[in-house]
Design a protein around this ligand. Sequence first.
Ligand SMILES: Cc1cc2nc3c(=O)[nH]c(=O)nc-3n(C[C@H](O)[C@H](O)[C@H](O)COP(=O)(O)O)c2cc1C
Length: 180
Amino acid sequence: MSKILGISGSLRQKSYNSALLRSARDLFPEVIVIGSIRGIPLYDGDLEITGVPPAVLELKQQLIDADGLLLVSPEYNNSLPGVTKNTVDWLSRPSLGVRNVFRDKPVALIGASPGGFGTILGQSAWLQVFRGLGAKHWSGGRLVVSNATRVFDDNGVLVDQSIRQRLEQFIEGFMAFCEL
Ligand SMILES: Cc1cc2nc3c(=O)[nH]c(=O)nc-3n(C[C@H](O)[C@H](O)[C@H](O)COP(=O)(O)O)c2cc1C
């Protein structure tokens, strides 16, 4: 078991959400494995029939093997990013002998934004998706990282000690929910 699979919903090189995920992994290197949405094409039902793309299969296998999913997602236009939703759409399709990889899978949501509300609306939008998929959303903690330009340095290192502490507590709570 890979324990917790962490996925950043951003492809951007200097992504704050990827930086937040790396910080979580660095706090719990034995528990968190980072998966990538890079290389996942736009969902296409025809492509699915001719062969599910390798990047989708690889990420899906990582999710099958994991005890829980930590989704670190940006917020776009007060909702969830299309690029991230596209990945979840691919993963939600039957393949690798699993009809719905999200069913009963523990899921936790966090996110970072340079703005003042730290992905709060984006996280709410994800709830609808994961409820529909039958995932077990962990609501025992909440982490919305606002003003991300001050929370991370230019190299994407988490420099805000209070956020670091809250991140640690959040992951500990989610680990307990995953029974790790
Ligand atoms: C299309 C688009 C829409 C955005 N909408 C929001 C928004 O609704 N709320 C917000 O806090 N930030 C918004 N942003 C700013 C993102 O939070 C910012 O680009 C952030 O750095 C994206 O995450 P990343 O650093 O992980 O790539 C938007 C950015 C883009 C590109």
